[in-house]
Design a protein around this ligand. Structure first.
Ligand SMILES: Nc1ncnc2c1ncn2[C@@H]1O[C@H](COP(=O)(O)OP(=O)(O)O)[C@@H](O)[C@H]1O
Ligand SMILES: [Mg+2]
Length: 294
């Protein structure tokens, strides 16, 4: 009888239903509790295309990992500040990540904010961050500034998620340089793969020149609608391009996400029983199972 071993769990292939990526769809075991915390594994969520689910994934993956007892820091690295807003944090007239980048002697604890989700903290951003690239371009070791900021707090967290802006500029290079891993969210829509080659090239350059250890932790299909042939075809093409790097967990398209963002809480809090909340909890379990998160 064919048996498939994965992590600590053993399941017969025929017990596991086929998933949307064309592979068996595992539930993944509940991650064991951690007896101590840190140092953090740092993961950037990157795609220079906007509206693919970077921020939504950062918020809900962060909340899901926190729900499993991980200490999580979510870093808003987009001047739009959508991550901060989506977690109900006001960023008007408060210190932000921008202040830490400009003065690396400053203590990040003065900037970190607790969220309503236990175990989930945020380094907020606002529109000030849009000036960062101009200010930092003449700095010595300008690509390693975020890395130096996060080093000061990484001992206190199990995972740090960096929500990148939709560009491959200096901020995103800083995020990649600071990271152990990168997650690429891809929307199951026309042109999902357009530009991804350039993103992979950027990751390769960062690996070559700045951060030899960076790994591709996975490609996450988002906004999947199983009722449309189109969505299924795009997902098929993504699997052709990335193979086993495509995470088994696929995030479906639902209006619950915009609704949750407006309320300023993760979907795991807004609608815990909804399939979309369950999908992000499953993503968290899959990443622990893959060893991307402690
Ligand atoms: N799975 C989904 N289904 C439906 N809408 C989604 C989903 N994921 C994200 N959205 C919505 O799509 C928009 C863009 O998502 P966002 O996470 O902000 O993308 P990005 O950070 O890549 O620009 C937001 O309005 C968000 O609420
Ligand atoms: Mg975003």
């Amino acid at each position: 009888m064919a048996e498939k071993t994965r992590g600590t769990k053993t399941a017969r292939a025929e017990d596991v239903p086929m998933g949307p990526t064309g592979r068996p769809y595992h539930g993944f075991p509940t991650p064991p509790a951690l007896s101590s915390h840190g140092p953090a594994r740092i993961i950037s969520l990157c795609n220079q295309k906007g509206g693919v689910g970077k921020t939504t994934t950062t918020i809900n993956l962060a909340a899901s990992l926190a729900q499993y007892g991980r200490r999580v820091l979510a870093v808003d690295f987009d001047p739009q500040g959508a991550l901060s807003a989506g977690l109900g944090i006001t960023t008007h007239d408060v210190p932000t990540i921008y202040d830490l980048l400009l003065d690396t002697k400053r203590d990040p604890h003065e900037v970190i904010v607790q969220t309503s989700t236990p175990g989930l903290d945020v380094l907020p951003a606002n529109i000030d961050l849009s000036a960062a690239e101009v200010h930092l371009v003449n700095e010595v070791a300008r690509e390693t500034i975020l890395s130096r900021v996060l080093r000061k707090v990484s001992g206190e967290y199990d995972v740090i998620l960096v929500d990148c802006q939709p560009s491959l500029g200096l901020l995103t290079v800083n995020a990649l340089t600071a990271s152990h891993g990168v997650l690429i969210p891809l929307e199951c829509e026309f042109f999902a793969l357009r530009g991804v080659a350039l993103l992979v090239e950027t990751i390769d350059k960062v690996r070559d020149r700045l951060n030899p250890a960076i790994e591709l932790d996975g490609v996450l299909a988002t906004m999947y609608d199983p009722r449309t042939l189109h969505s299924r075809e795009v997902l098929e093409r993504v699997v052709e391009a990335f193979g086993d790097d495509v995470l088994e967990t696929v995030i479906g398209r639902t209006v619950k996400f915009p609704d949750a963002s407006v309320s300023g809480v993760p979907i795991t809090q807004f609608a815990p029983e909804h399939a979309a909340a369950q999908a992000y909890l499953r993503l968290a379990r899959e990443l622990v199972d893959r060893g991307a998160v402690a």
